[in-house]
Design a protein around this ligand. Structure first.
Ligand SMILES: NC(=O)c1ccc[n+]([C@@H]2O[C@H](COP(=O)([O-])OP(=O)(O)OC[C@H]3O[C@@H](n4cnc5c(N)ncnc54)[C@H](O)[C@@H]3O)[C@@H](O)[C@H]2O)c1
Length: 448
């Protein structure tokens, strides 16, 4: 008996120390991962002795008992699939920040479909009024302005006060955030803190925040919610700080929250004119201009490109599932795609020959892959089936082909100034780009 007891202790200690390795293995093949986890966790001498004594069946039984649940097991997520019907969203007053932007506009549309009364707030620095869904009220303003944020909430009656806040407004140019540090923190963190203050003061029931897988930093694969949080750039640091701030507000004031960490979202309404953003949008604007697609390095970098509906739906529905409250979820596609494959798929969908210009490799994550078991476990039957990449690309290209071509200025214009010029990649250096102590102005031309 004492040997078995030792085995159990070894197993637990090993599982803690190797937690991440085991996750990686299990995520590849849950069944194999389960056996491998146990084999690595329990000294072979323990099982050898049992087998010699004719206890093979007993050893197998013990292996089963001592096994850690595979990563995709809901037991590991301390939940079981949610079979309960969601809370009705109909009639609830909700605020969607950044709702003139790409993901925010889709979230606003989903909220309207759920019967919610939606107010969108956006300063149109990166979004466009063209994206606003019919039926949403729109308030234009800058969330970095404390008086403006307070007024958004204060000027409402008890009957019309916001029940849920979906906070999507941000500037999400991760690589560029090193060069616009204070702009990043003011837009993505300080503005968020103002909204949390208002949510606390004006009795918001649930605050939904879109963070990012940038909070994990590099060097960990796959990224599960239990991976270490080690952001490496101001964008990821600001997102993580906001996650921690929300948790503190939950503990101190009882504010309910749900955090999502989406990745590589693409689809209709995406801002293809912003060359500091998502590669798929950049490829779209290059296809439109009949220009070669630019790829940094060999193009073997992989990403999991996520169709926007697959992210917008769970975000919009999150407050209706109390089981999700005070939880953080990765959300996105599982399918891995190289940039070379993406370039070929997009060119084909566009009906254009594949032309690629290779640029020198840049300092970026080579492979990014996140796990999504946790959200599937928490949502159970309410989970969204992922859109296959080809289908998502077909819908996105169909949308892009219908759009008016952006002006030359739309495509060419980025930041007129940055806060630090040193080390800025040459492809981001426009003639006349200045270095300023604090970047304040709008960053892309808005087509309203
Ligand atoms: N798109 C992705 O792949 C992705 C991945 C991970 C996380 N996210 C997060 O999702 C959210 C939405 O991203 P998106 O891709 O839709 O970006 P987006 O730029 O299309 O939308 C952001 C919106 O926020 C608005 N905004 C910015 N600063 C503002 C301010 N100070 N006041 C008011 N409005 C302001 C912009 O005008 C824009 O319409 C962001 O928080 C982003 O960090 C996006």
């Amino acid at each position: 008996m004492s040997r078995v007891g030792t085995g159990a202790r070894v197993s637990r200690a090993k599982l803690t120390a190797d937690d991440h390795t085991d996750q990686a293995y299990n995520a590849e093949d849950p069944a194999l991962g389960r056996v491998a986890t146990i084999q690595r966790a329990i000294p072979s001498s323990v099982f050898g002795g049992l087998a010699l004594a004719g206890g093979l069946a007993l050893a197998n039984f013990l292996r089963f008992l001592l096994a850690a649940p595979p990563e995709d097991s809901c037991a590991l997520q301390a939940t079981s699939p949610d079979a309960r019907p969601p809370i009705a969203g109909s009639g609830a007053y909700v605020l969607v920040t950044g709702g003139a932007g790409f993901l925010g506009a889709h979230v606003a549309r989903e909220c309207l479909a759920l019967g919610m009364r939606v107010t969108v707030v956006d300063d149109l620095s990166g979004g466009s009024a063209r994206n606003l869904p019919a039926g949403a009220a729109f308030v234009r303003g800058d969330l970095r302005d404390a008086a403006f944020v307070d007024g958004l909430f204060r000027n409402r009656t008890t009957a019309t006060r916001f029940k849920y806040v979906y906070h999507l407004a941000a500037y999400a140019a991760e690589g560029l955030s090193h060069f616009i540090r204070s702009y990043n923190y003011r837009t993505n963190l300080v503005a968020s803190a103002l909204l949390v203050n208002a949510a606390i003061k004006f009795g918001v029931r649930c605050f939904v925040f879109t963070s990012s897988i940038a909070v994990y930093g590099t060097g960990q694969l796959p990224l599960s919610e239990r991976a270490a949080l080690a952001p490496e750039d101001p964008y990821g640091i600001g997102k993580l700080a906001m996650e921690l701030d929300l948790a503190a507000a939950g503990r101190q004031f009882g504010l309910e929250w749900v955090v999502f960490r989406p990745h590589n979202v693409y689809g209709p309404l995406q801002n293809a004119a912003d060359r500091y953003r998502n590669v798929l949008g950049i490829f779209l604007s290059q296809l439109r201009a009949a220009a070669p697609l630019t790829i940094f390095g060999d193009g073997a970098q992989t990403r999991s490109f996520t169709y926007v509906d697959d992210v917008a739906q769970p975000i919009a529905r999150a407050p209706l599932h109390p089981q999700l409250y005070r939880q953080t979820f990765n959300v996105g596609a599982d399918e891995q795609t190289t940039l070379n494959e993406l370039a070929a798929l997009l060119s084909q969908a566009w009906g254009a020959p594949l032309h690629v210009t290779r640029l020198p490799p840049r300092n970026e994550v080579r492979h990014a892959r996140a796990t999504h078991h946790k959200l599937r476990c928490f949502l159970g039957a309410h989970a969204v089936a992922p859109t296959p990449l080809r289908e998502g690309i077909a819908r996105t290209v169909a949308w892009a082909l219908e759009q008016l071509p952006p002006t030359t200025e739309d495509v060419a214009r980025g930041f007129g100034a940055v806060e630090v010029l040193r080390g800025l990649p040459p492809s981001w250096r426009d003639a006349g780009l200045r270095e300023v102590p604090e970047y304040v102005g709008a960053r892309v031309r808005n087509v309203v």
